[in-house]
Design a protein around this ligand. Structure first.
Ligand code: PLP
Length: 459
């Protein structure tokens, strides 16, 4: 059974241009290139397009298919739940069994005092919920002037008005504002571009964390609601913070009594070798947003977790928190997410990422570091990055416009059957957690071949 059985590849590409507007893209390029590549099937870590090309998906969809494609178990669970109760709301002092069971399961994985979970549909909505909660928390505590949120430049927190405001991406801020006030952004801990020659890792780490404290003092600590960030910045280019950075940021949050929030939309669900990124960095946030790996993308669902003290404060206000989405805690999506977590647990994918495939990816990436176009390789768990440079040993880029080299090499990878993403001149990868050693080797072979093929055109 197919959703559009009468359409062939050419029809679909034509209809794509005529009617479908793709996210985060140049719509003129969509038109001039004759439409999107039509992806028709997935199995394990591989996808196929309508022309029969087999592509190794080193992006796990969009940082999300932890368990890979083609898991019938999830389809069966969705079917069962749809027959039993496809949807009911959670507004009328009502809730469905999978919704409650999933909240309890997530709380268990988070540990500590993060025992309450609010559901949304997307990562952006999870972030919006988190911001409203942080600000409402301070209102409920009698400090409504605490509305400022400090994030990082180039951080990505989604595409809603709230998500873009929270995020620190200039290209997004340039389109469709004005933005929600009281969001501040400080330097990102991006060593490849921002670490000075006279700094070692500890000095760079201290300077990057100090930027947060400086901003807090500049704004006035009594006005700050929260410090917020991705444990490892994903969409910004897999920015792995230097040693000690998050511990120091946590200390700053505690010193000034402000909330600490982590955006786990990419890092959560095993991506960096623990269930959540904050566990890897050994910090304790008050608020956590998550999506993607929560359901491995099989159905849209996201969540915002809150610490006991946050919920106790809000409960003490004895007023409804007037916030929520029709599909908050959608029973079918919740049932699928539970089955996804079961698979991650049963197959030991978090530990495998930490002690097997993650270290293997790190080693494999190192084999590319001798390439003349490669300025740096780095990884953490199954998040990896390759920096493209015009001059080995520096962070110099090709040409006046950043991103041309990255796009060229990414396209060469896709042509050769490897899906990677380019963030300007950084190639990033985030393969499914089921990726094998052989598949990781294949990523490197194709990437090297693409680098070799593109070098003459770049020089
Ligand atoms: N937060 C982070 C860290 C993300 O990486 C993303 C998406 O990539 C989002 C939020 C937004 O999620 P969504 O696209 O599901 O709205």
């Amino acid at each position: 059974m197919r959703s559009a059985p009468s359409y062939d590849n050419a029809d679909l590409r034509r209809l794509d241009v005529a009617h479908h507007l793709p996210p985060q893209q140049d719509w003129a390029l969509q038109e001039s290139s004759g439409g999107s590549r039509i992806i028709v099937r997935g199995e394990g870590s591989t996808i196929w397009d309508a022309e029969g090309n087999e592509i190794l998906d080193a992006m796990a969809g969009l940082w999300c298919t932890q368990i890979g494609y083609g898991r019938r178990e999830l389809a069966d669970i969705a079917h069962e739940q749809m027959v039993q109760l496809p949807f009911y709301n959670s507004f009328f002092r009502t809730a469905a069994p999978p919704t409650i069971a999933l909240a309890a399961r997530i709380a268990d994985l988070l540990g500590g005092s993060l025992s309450h979970v609010f559901f949304n549909n997307s990562g952006s909505e999870a972030v919006d919920t988190l911001v409203r909660t942080a600000r409402y928390y301070w209102q409920a505590k009698g400090e409504p002037q605490r509305s400022v949120i400090i994030g990082r430049k180039n951080g990505y927190h989604g595409s809603t008005i709230g998500g873009v405001s929270m995020g620190g991406m200039v290209s997004m801020h340039n389109q469709g504002g004005p933005w929600v006030p009281d969001h501040e952004h400080v330097m990102q801990p991006y060593s490849f571009e921002e670490q000075r020659e006279d700094e070692d890792e500890d000095a760079f780490s201290a300077r990057a964390a100090q930027a947060i404290e400086n901003k807090l003092i500049e704004v006035g600590p009594e006005r700050v609601a929260m410090i917020f960030g991705e444990p490892v910045q994903g969409a910004g280019g897999v920015i792995i913070p230097p040693r000690g950075y998050w511990k120091r940021v946590e200390e700053i949050a505690r010193k000034y009594g402000v909330l600490l929030g982590c955006d786990e939309v990419i890092c959560g669900y095993g991506r960096i070798g623990e269930w959540f990124g904050f566990q890897h960095f050994d910090i304790q946030p008050d608020l956590v947003s998550m999506a993607k790996g929560l359901s491995s993308g099989y159905l849209p669902i996201s969540a915002t977790a809150m610490a006991d003290h946050v919920v106790e404060t809000i409960r003490a206000a004895h007023a409804p928190f007037v916030h929520g989405y029709t599909y908050s805690g959608h029973p079918t999506a919740a049932a699928v997410a539970l089955a996804n977590i079961d698979i991650i647990e049963r197959e030991g994918l978090v530990m495998r990422t930490k002690s097997d495939t993650g270290p293997y990816l790190a080693q494999a990436l190192q084999t590319l570091s001798d390439h003349p176009l490669v300025g740096e390789v780095r990884s953490i768990g199954l998040l990896g990055a390759i920096e493209i440079t015009s001059e080995k040993g520096t962070s110099q880029r090709f040409g006046a416009k950043p991103g041309l080299a990255g796009a060229l090499i990414r396209d060469a990878c896709i042509e050769r059957g490897l899906m990677l993403r380019a963030v300007k001149d950084t190639l990033v990868m985030s393969p499914p957690l089921i990726i094998t050693h052989e598949e990781i080797d294949r990523i490197m072979l194709i990437a090297r071949d693409a680098l070799d093929a593109c070098e003459p055109a770049l020089r």
